[in-house]
Design a protein around this ligand. Structure first.
Ligand code: GAL
Length: 373
């Protein structure tokens, strides 16, 4: 009996230990044992490498957290975004980290979360027009645009250099911040004749104005938006090149808002025989664009270290779950309130520093690229 009794106790112990470990493993990011989730994360779309990058970085960062987390994509739809938030609310989330597809339209999803007492952290892009946003983590988006504009200025010489402007989606508050930054450095160079704008009559009409209102920027962005869509970027570039004369081409300068659209625009300009050379900007340090930069097919990108953004948002979420007040470094006006924010700096990357900025920093492996010196 005794022996048997020892065996019974041993097997009972083993079962208990196994039960405990399952609870723990399922207790990490994929949901607590009871299927409830602590932190919900909603990203705009899987169709852009940028946001798949963020998903990867979130998973890396959350690998050993005690909290359960679920990541959902909105596939470029505000309706799907709202659905995602509602599904996370049914799973009992206490914190929502959300990058809105459309800043204004996402107000409804944020308000649904706030109504359940859930804290809302706007991620990278700001949710606008509502009080239901508690915190914001982002990069210095105005500095992104200024870095892109400055890069074109640094590569240009003489006068009358053809300048082609492109922008992000008007539903994205960042698109205005990027353009504001670019305009702040480019406008004086348009005014002094270094550059001549070739593809936006609205921008030409406003070229003597150093600071633009939101409405004035909307008018320009309305003409040059890519909607963050690679095909739309390609089509816009094609129509601009068709409309332009050979004299409007030659050695040209292109403000492209991010890497995905930059590759499309660059490939399109590269096929035009009247374009003898081009300098084109980018953003996000996507792998495909790093290869383009190494190969000389894209000139630069603005590196935004997503590891930092992910860490800042998780730190905020964990503070909230612990009942503490997250640390912030400033605030953003979202048209309703000053949203406490944490902002991260950005780095200009081109052939000169691509290895230092992206390989030596451990962001990417050298083996992921060819031709890297
Ligand atoms: C912006 C974001 C960029 C960019 C873009 C396209 O809001 O800050 O990094 O990639 O969206 O999705």
């Amino acid at each position: 009996m005794k022996k048997n009794r020892k065996l019974v106790i041993l097997s009972a112990l083993l079962t208990a230990m196994m039960l405990f470990s399952v609870a723990c493993s399922s207790g990490d990011k994929e949901g607590n044992g009871d299927g409830s989730v602590d932190i919900g994360i909603v990203l705009p779309t899987k169709d852009e490498p940028r946001w798949v990058q963020d998903e990867t970085r979130f998973k890396e960062a959350l690998a050993d957290t005690d909290y359960s987390v679920e990541i959902l994509f909105s596939q470029g739809s505000s309706a799907k975004e709202k659905e995602n938030v509602e599904s996370l609310l049914t799973k009992g989330i206490k914190v929502l980290i959300i990058c809105p597809h459309d800043g204004d339209a996402a107000a409804a999803a944020a308000e649904a979360a706030a109504a359940e007492g859930v804290k809302v952290i706007s991620y990278d892009r700001l949710i606008t027009g509502t009080d239901a946003v508690d915190y914001y983590v982002t990069f210095d988006s105005v500095a992104v645009g200024a870095a892109q504009g400055q890069y074109l200025i640094d590569k240009a010489s003489g006068k009358d250099n053809p300048l082609y402007l492109y922008a992000g989606a008007a539903t994205d508050n960042n698109a205005f911040l990027f353009f504001e930054g670019a305009w702040s450095v480019l406008q004086p160079k348009v005014k002094d004749g270094t550059f001549v704008i070739k593809n936006s009559p609205e921008a030409v009409a406003l070229q003597d104005k150093a600071e633009l209102t939101r409405d004035e920027m909307s008018k320009i962005i309305g003409q040059i938006t890519t909607n963050w869509d690679f095909n739309e970027a390609k089509n816009k570039a094609e129509s601009h090149l068709t409309a332009a004369s050979a004299a409007d081409k030659g050695d040209v300068y292109i403000l492209a808002p991010n890497d995905g659209t930059a590759r499309s625009i660059a490939d399109t300009f590269a096929t035009d025989s009247d374009v003898t050379s081009f300098v084109v900007t980018g953003q996000d340090a996507e792998k495909a664009s790093i290869q383009y930069i190494i190969d000389g097919k894209q000139s630069m990108t603005v590196f935004k270290d997503v590891r930092t953004l992910v860490k800042d948002s998780i730190d905020m979420a964990v503070s909230i779950l612990k009942g503490e007040t997250p640390g912030t470094t400033g605030a953003y006006d979202n048209k309703n309130k000053e949203v406490p924010a944490k902002q991260t700096e950005v780095i200009t990357v081109d052939q000169e520093n691509v290895k230092a900025a992206l390989i030596d920093s451990g962001y990417y492996e050298a083996s992921e690229f060819t031709g890297l010196e």
